[in-house]
Design a protein around this ligand. Structure first.
Ligand SMILES: [Zn+2]
Length: 540
């Protein structure tokens, strides 16, 4: 043969390439970290030389590396040492069990140590008692130590000692972007904090962890589920440093695009513009992917800004006002930096669309692929979709929210809004590009196969079926985690499909997703994850 031999050959597929026209191949040859050939097994066999690793697929299939478009891996890794209370990770069904776990941790912890527990979003609605624990209960089980428990990213319950150390009392005013819940009768803080106020606590507690190590553990969990790339929202300098530590030690297993949180993180809103950094800055594995900001609160903390309130709530919290957002979007747009705006409620969505419209009108460039995080979860009226398409915006919906929180969502949104929730088919038909983001791993694990399965089945973990008419076929769902996800990272020329010349980011699935029921797809094992031709998980 005239060709040089390959480093790795995968034979006897199916290989779901996601290339134009969705061709299915049987085999792939990889050389120098790139895809050298794709075709029938007979076409690829000549690439096998004496040093080629040959991987027989034998009923398994290959898909392009999976990309999770919205994660908080580095931020959430900081809580890697917290007491595990998340019911999406462990069996935990009651406030009583939650307090037991905290008490057990407090018993073995040195005096004066902060006890930090991590529970799941809206877990109060799923525990037997149907409530959050109280400040007094945390006082009792933590035995004088300062401590708190987070419930997702928008709700935190602190004990009295924690509040005493931080000097929080009836006289404390709300931080600019958060809420200290107070007893309406006495005016005393109840121990419940929402949104930005949680930052008090994470800043106060003693931080003696090695973040790079904790981050490495979280990234390992990702690769075991076939993740080869993430767009990770980072909120502080130590997170970026931890990524760089792993990169330098050659221990960064996947591609990471940093979405730098401005406004609510440690970074000033002009920090990237100040450096002169533009879109695309960085290397093969670690890259700058844009800035991120949050216009409203969260759904799970019931602080998102809806025009019609969620059941039993008010209109939510605007964390950025319209004029501030106009400036932020406009200035980054001018500077060639992509902006990812978190907008959950429809009030937030509308001021976000308006801000992008102003920026694009002033400077009509359409190459920046600005994103609206969580758009595509609900309230995508025809008008909003047409506007998003016209402005060249991309949506990043979260099938994981359907999977884990369908019951809570149906309750809070009410019947009418719930029947049009997660409108993936309408997004597709409107031509608004969308990539799926898990929003994990703090809330639940990053797991693109689960999210693809949910986009097909529309079925939650609880069994609830949600707006089944909005189901999309497997190819469309996979595209939202491969080719379109790559495009959202300006990476469609390097990854996202299995085509000659692209980087060899590949996932070997234990079966063939085309023939499985969604419930089996969701559980399907990932036998190998390959990044640039190198096995980062599985048979290497
Ligand atoms: Zn998020």
């Amino acid at each position: 043969m005239t060709e040089p031999s390959a480093d790795l050959v995968l034979l006897d597929g199916p290989v779901i390439t996601m290339a134009d026209g969705d061709p299915i191949a049987e085999a792939v040859a990889v050389r120098d970290g790139r895809i050298a050939a794709v075709g029938n097994s007979a076409d690829i066999r000549p690439w096998i030389g004496s040093r080629t690793k040959v991987y027989g697929l034998e009923g398994r299939s290959v898909v392009p590396g999976l990309i999770d478009c919205h994660t908080h891996v580095a931020t959430d890794a900081k809580d890697g040492a917290a007491v595990e209370l998340r019911d999406f990770y462990v069996e935990l069904h009651s406030v009583a069990e939650l307090l037991q776990r905290l008490a057990a941790a407090a018993r073995t912890a040195p005096v004066d140590t902060w006890i930090v527990g991590r529970a799941g979003p809206m877990q109060d609605r799923r525990m037997d008692e149907r409530r959050l624990p109280s400040r007094e209960e945390l006082d009792q089980c933590m035995d004088g130590r300062p401590g708190y428990v987070t419930f997702g990213s928008h709700v935190l319950i602190a004990n009295s000692e924690a509040m005493r150390r931080l000097g929080i009392d009836a006289g404390s005013v709300n931080p600019r972007r958060g809420l200290i819940v107070k007893d309406p009768a006495s005016g005393e803080p109840t121990g419940e904090f929402r949104d930005g106020s949680g930052a008090f606590f994470s800043a106060a507690r003693n931080q003696d962890h090695n973040l790079a190590q904790l981050l490495s553990l979280e990234l390992d969990r990702c690769v075991r589920r076939g993740v080869t790339g993430i767009h990770d929202v980072v909120a502080s300098a130590d997170e970026i440093a931890a990524y760089q530590d792993l990169l330098e030690a050659e221990k960064l297993p996947i591609r990471v695009q940093l979405l730098v949180r401005v406004v609510h993180g440690d970074f000033a809103s002009n920090s990237l513009r100040g450096l002169g950094v533009r879109q695309g800055f960085g290397g093969d594995l670690l890259r700058f992917g844009g800035v991120k900001c949050s216009v409203d609160g969260g759904f799970t903390g019931r602080t998102a800004a809806f025009s019609q309130p969620l059941s039993g709530e008010d209109h939510g919290t605007m964390r950025i006002q319209a004029d501030e957002l106009d400036d932020l979007v406009g200035q980054h747009h001018q500077a060639g930096i992509r902006v990812c705006v978190h907008a959950i409620g429809d009030r937030a969505l509308d001021i976000t669309l308006a801000a992008f419209a102003k920026a694009v009108t002033r400077l009509p460039r359409r190459d920046l692929r600005h994103r609206i995080e969580h758009m595509g979860n609900w309230l995508c009226s025809e008008e909003r979709l047409v506007q998003a398409k016209a402005l060249g915006l991309c949506a990043v919906p979260n099938p994981a929210m359907l999977y884990f929180l369908a019951d809570e969502i149906a309750d809070a949104l009410g019947r009418e809004r719930a029947t049009t929730a997660f409108p993936f088919r309408r997004l597709r038909d409107a031509g608004v590009p969308f990539g799926f983001g898990s929003d994990g791993p703090g809330l639940w694990p990053s797991d693109p196969l689960r999210d693809v399965a949910t986009a097909l089945s529309r079925t939650a973990r609880s069994g609830r079926l949600m707006a089944p008419s909005q189901a999309i076929p497997l190819t469309d769902a996979l595209r939202a985690q491969t080719l379109t996800a790559a495009w959202l990272g300006y990476d469609e020329h390097r990854v996202g499909s299995i085509e000659v010349g692209k980087l060899a980011d590949l996932v070997v699935l234990h079966g063939d997703p085309r023939t499985l029921r969604p419930s089996d797809l969701e559980q399907m094992a990932v036998d190998a994850t390959i990044v640039s031709g190198r096995f980062v998980h599985g048979d290497g």
